[in-house]
Design a protein around this ligand. Structure first.
Ligand code: CA
Length: 223
């Protein structure tokens, strides 16, 4: 499990890192919001621990920008503020959970475990559904040996489908998985991306893998 910790209080960041390393997580720490965003976009993490008050770019804004580009890495916010407005805002911007300072490491660790269980980012390095292959390390997708170029959002959508082959996935589940829990997207955004993905993954190949299950949602493979 790889965790990104974005926290400007160096002592706090060190404590979290040491605690997580003791629990066998692989941890990357940074002290500014701008670096945090760059790292979160550059590397795959299983979760991000994100302080709210940060120099450069504050935590809520960082989360918002990540979600805006389709990055669905689960986020646990850390904050000294505990008003209801902040809580709602943090979750609205795409946070998945929220912990108010001061907190015990035990509680922190339990919340992080729950978060990574709820939103498992770790999957086999190579996902396969019939003749469709997705390599998570390189983000390469191919069907029957033919390379398929996807945008970031199309890729995230396909990766989620490939982690749940043959399962009917509802619209809400797909939207949560790709755009983040509370991110509000336009009504037909999902359909538009499904259409784009279908053109790339199915067009010109004999068998249609991405299917619409009318009234329920969509599924990939295993007709
Ligand atoms: Ca801070």
């Amino acid at each position: 499990m790889r965790i990104l910790v974005v926290e400007d209080e160096v002592k706090m960041a060190d404590l979290i890192r040491k605690g997580l390393e003791r629990d066998h997580y692989s941890v990357m720490t940074t002290h500014t919001g701008t670096d945090g965003l760059a790292l979160a976009l550059a590397y795959p993490f299983d979760a991000i621990v994100l302080d709210v008050m940060l120099p450069g770019l504050e935590g809520f804004e960082l989360a918002k920008r990540l979600r805006a580009v389709g990055n669905a890495t689960p986020i646990l916010f850390l904050t000294a503020r505990d008003t209801e407005d902040d809580l709602v805002r943090g979750l609205d911007e795409g946070g998945d959970d929220y912990l108010t300072k001061p907190f015990s490491f035990r509680e922190f660790s339990a919340r992080l475990r729950a978060l990574t269980r709820r939103f498992p980012q770790t999957a086999p390095t190579v996902l396969r559904v019939e003749d469709l292959t997705l390599e998570r390390a390189t983000h390469q997708v191919s069907r029957a040996g033919q390379r398929i170029e996807l945008t970031r959002t199309e890729y995230l959508l396909l990766e989620f489908f490939m982690r749940h082959p043959g399962q009917v996935l509802t619209r809400d589940v797909l939207i949560d998985a790709v755009w983040g829990l509370s991110e509000s997207i336009e009504g037909n955004t999902l359909d538009t991306f499904i259409k784009l993905l279908r053109q790339k993954v199915d067009y010109g190949f004999g068998r249609k893998l991405l299917q619409t299950v009318r009234g329920f949602g969509y599924k990939l493979g295993q007709a």
